[in-house]
Ligand binder design. Sequence first.
Ligand code: GLN
Length: 500
Amino acid sequence: MTTVSTKDFLGHPSGLKTLFFTEMWERMSYYGMRMLLVLFMTATLQEEGLGLTVASAAAIYGLYTGSVYFMGLPGGWIADRLIGGQKAIWYGGIIIMIGHIILAIPSDYSFLIGLIFVVLGTGLLKPNIGAMVGQLYSDQDIRRDSGYAIYYMGINIGSVIGYGACGYLMENQGWHWAFGAAAIGMAVGLIQYKITTPNLNGIGAKPVHPLSKKAQKLSWTIIYGFLASVVLVTYMIFQDMLTIVPVTIAQYVAVAFSAIFVIYYASIYFFSSLSVIEKKKLIALLIICVASACFWSGFEQAGSSMNLFTRDYTDRIVGSFEIPTGWFQSLNALFIVLLSPFFAALWINLGKKLVSPSYGIKCAVGLMIMGSGFIIMFFAAQHAASGMKVAPYWLVATYFLHTVGELCLSPVALSAVSKLSPKRFSGQMMGIFVLTYSIGNIISGLLAGNYDPNNVAQIPSLYIQISLFSIGIGLIILLLGFKSRFWENLSEDKTTMSNA
Ligand code: GLN
């Protein structure tokens, strides 16, 4: 595999610049549009929305975010075995852009069709761009964690731009202009990607583990068959031949995604002729995947129950100004942008001193820090339960802890996936990892279903349960992390190597 060791972008290979800006624009379009979704679905027909109930809109939202990340699994496979990461990113981006353009068209049909395009495109782009960041570094390169921290900052700069641009257009021009802005963001990302692809020095240019010609033909037939069935189901929904009950589907999908995660992971582990060392590394990675799924199950309350808590029980008046509820959503991304350089430097400095904590330990700490954020929410909810509105700093402090937890876990886990996966499965393993986002998002939705805005006395117990669960699992992962750190550092040529 090609490895680039030039220092062109903040002391990192220049390919990082290409991936950083492509993902920044893709996330701008994703988060900008995601912010509009529930608001658009629940707005009345007079307000030019879809007039859906909150329950249906929340379930569709959960299904959409879950499916976006679920499609990373076939997306990673297609790159590894059929087309390579570079093409997956390019075509994925084009499909996403077409999806946003369709959403910008005011029509009864555009909503579902546009969402399907974004789901399919993101499935192709997201896992492969994440995997290619790791391929910029050799196994021994201590810049890998820091590279992922920088890449993660790009993700969040993109989401800040998305919230700002789409939020502004939604208020001032209307829904479809805001959806259009997401399309323009993705187009800018694609142009940037095309111009700067040479920076990647051939990384991802070809599939790492290509199929035989015959198997390729069969795979494409299956892919076209799948796409034809998506078209058919969409047509049947439009013709009222198929009725969708979003809440029920969301429950089944949560179980199905978890089962698929287990089956896919187990089949790679047992049936891919892995060496003993590769198997041990996969076990170390499994612990990180569990931490990731638990982390997002708690963290994703931000868009649901914490959003409602902000709206209903937080005193948002400052002088004569009322802070809009939505602004609290961007605190996380802002904190990430502010704290990322600090974390990137921290991992490099710890790496240089050879005291770098293992991936498992960092993820366990991240999960526990996120859980401790919910202790703050527990006290805030108790104040609310006693009839008072709480000051905004409770939420600010919670989002701060959630962000610190996210920075210990999320970019670190991406780095771990790229380091611990067998190279020939890099795209698929990133797809499996992205599936933990999907599981986390859906479980989070189910947990948020216990939030009853009319029964404020119950809210503290929701938050303390999430907190105890996260801290408890975090402690178990911490203990396992002391063992798995040895597996993380195994290499085929030497028995052990220094931690990266
Ligand atoms: N913010 C991260 C990203 O967009 C993680 C998203 C998630 O829901 N896990 O990549």
